[in-house]
Write a protein that binds this ligand. Structure first.
Ligand SMILES: Nc1ncnc2c1ncn2[C@@H]1O[C@H](COP(=O)(O)OP(=O)(O)OP(=O)(O)O)[C@@H](O)[C@H]1O
Ligand SMILES: [Mg+2]
Length: 54
């Protein structure tokens, strides 16, 4: 179950005015989950695996 985050509304609000959004925070705090949950229609690419960083 994904617990609702206060940052969800802020993320949508900011992307109404700006073309990009940076989500920063400690490891395993829910950054990726927040981004993918808020914007499911956007493509997802992870650069954590070095093979994708060419
Ligand atoms: N809103 C939420 N409700 C419940 N569980 C959550 C929520 N957000 C994240 N989690 C859980 O917390 C864990 C870490 O989430 P996530 O991978 O999104 O964090 P992250 O900040 O992107 O981590 P990393 O720093 O490793 O990239 C996952 O197991 C995820 O399922
Ligand atoms: Mg992540």
């Amino acid at each position: 179950m994904i617990v609702p985050r206060i940052a969800e509304a802020k993320a949508h609000q900011l992307l109404g005015s700006f073309k990009s959004l940076a989500i920063m925070g400690p490891r395993q705090s829910g950054k990726t989950t927040l981004a993918r949950h808020c914007f499911p229609e956007k493509p997802y690419v992870s650069l954590e695996n070095p093979i994708y960083r060419k």
